[in-house]
Design a protein around this ligand. Structure first.
Ligand SMILES: O=C(CO)[C@H](O)[C@H](O)COP(=O)(O)O
Ligand SMILES: [Fe+2]
Length: 220
C-alpha cells in the first residue's frame, strides 16, 4: 500500500541562534514532521541533542517529532526521548549487533510506551536482515549517507534497498513508511520518490534560503 509523501526537515542544519523563528517557518510550511537527530559521540563521531532540547521543540511545534537515535544504547535512550515528546523513534540495527531478537524487543518496548517505532540501516548494512521484524515497523529508514553529519552527498546506490522494501511491503501486505535520510535536495528527492520512498528527511537543503519554499519544492 502506498503512503502519501511526508517531509521531515532535519533540525541538525538549523541556525540555532534563530531557533524559534525557524521552527515557526516549519510550522507554516507543508512539512508534517520534524526530524531530530540524536548523536552520542560514540555510535557516530558527532554529538548533538539531549531530551531537554526535544522538550523545547515540542513547546514550539505540534509537528510529529521524528527522532533518529544514532546512539550505542538505543534501549536506554528510547524511553527517555519518548518521555520528552518523541512520536516516532527509529534506531540503528547495528547498535544492537544486527540481532533481530534484540531489535524486535526494542520495537515492542517503544510501542508499549505509546510511540511509533522503526529501524534504520547504515549504507553498508544489508537491508534484508530486517525481514523478520518488518511487520512490527511503522517505518524503515534507509540512510543515504554515512550517519553523523549533515551536508553530505546522496548515495543513489541505496535505491535498491528502497525498492526491496516496497516489494516486501506489497508481498506481505504491510504498511510501514519508507524514509530516506541524507543528501536529499531539489534534484535527488526525485530519485528517492521514484524508487518508492514516501518520507523524506532533508536538512541542509531546507535550511539554506527560504524554508517554506524549500519544503514545497520536495512535494512537487
Ligand atoms: O541523520 C542525519 C545525519 O546522520 C541527518 O538527518 C541528515 O544528514 C540530514 O542532513 P542533510 O539533509 O544535510 O544530508
Ligand atoms: Fe537523521
Amino acid at each position: 500500500m502506498e503512503n502519501s509523501r511526508i517531509i521531515s526537515p532535519s533540525v541538525l542544519s538549523m541556525d540555532y541562534s534563530k531557533m524559534p523563528e525557524q521552527v515557526a517557518q516549519l510550522n507554516a510550511s507543508p512539512a508534517k514532521w520534524l526530524h531530530f537527530d540524536v548523536m552520542d559521540g560514540h555510535f557516530v563521531p558527532n554529538l548533538t541533542f539531549g531530551p531537554d532540547i526535544l522538550k523545547g521543540f515540542c513547546k514550539l511545534s505540534d509537528l510529529v517529532m521524528d527522532v533518529h537515535l544514532m546512539v550505542s544504547d538505543p534501549a536506554k535512550y528510547a524511553p527517555i526521548f519518548i518521555d520528552a515528546g518523541a512520536n516516532m523513534v527509529t534506531f540503528h540495527v547495528e547498535a544492537l549487533d544486527n540481532d533481530m531478537e534484540k531489535v524486535q524487543s526494542l520495537l515492542d518496548e517503544i510501542h508499549k510506551l505509546g510511540a511509533m517505532a522503526g529501524v534504520v540501516v547504515k549504507p553498508k548494512t544489508d537491508v534484508k536482515i530486517i525481514q523478520p521484524v518488518l511487520s512490527s515497523c511503522d517505518m524503515v529508514l534507509i540512510m543515504t549517507v554515512e550517519p553523523g553529519f549533515g551536508g553530505q552527498s546522496f548515495m543513489e546506490d541505496m535505491m535498491p534497498k528502497v525498492k526491496w522494501l516496497v516489494n516486501q511491503r506489497e508481498a506481505k501486505q504491510l504498511s510501514y513508511r519508507i524514509e530516506v535520510d541524507g543528501g536529499i535536495n531539489g534534484t535527488t528527492y526525485k530519485t528517492a520518490v521514484d524508487s518508492g520512498a514516501d518520507t523524506l528527511v532533508a536538512g541542509s537543503f531546507v535550511f539554506k534560503g527560504n524554508i517554506i519554499e524549500n519544503v514545497k519544492a520536495l512535494l512537487k
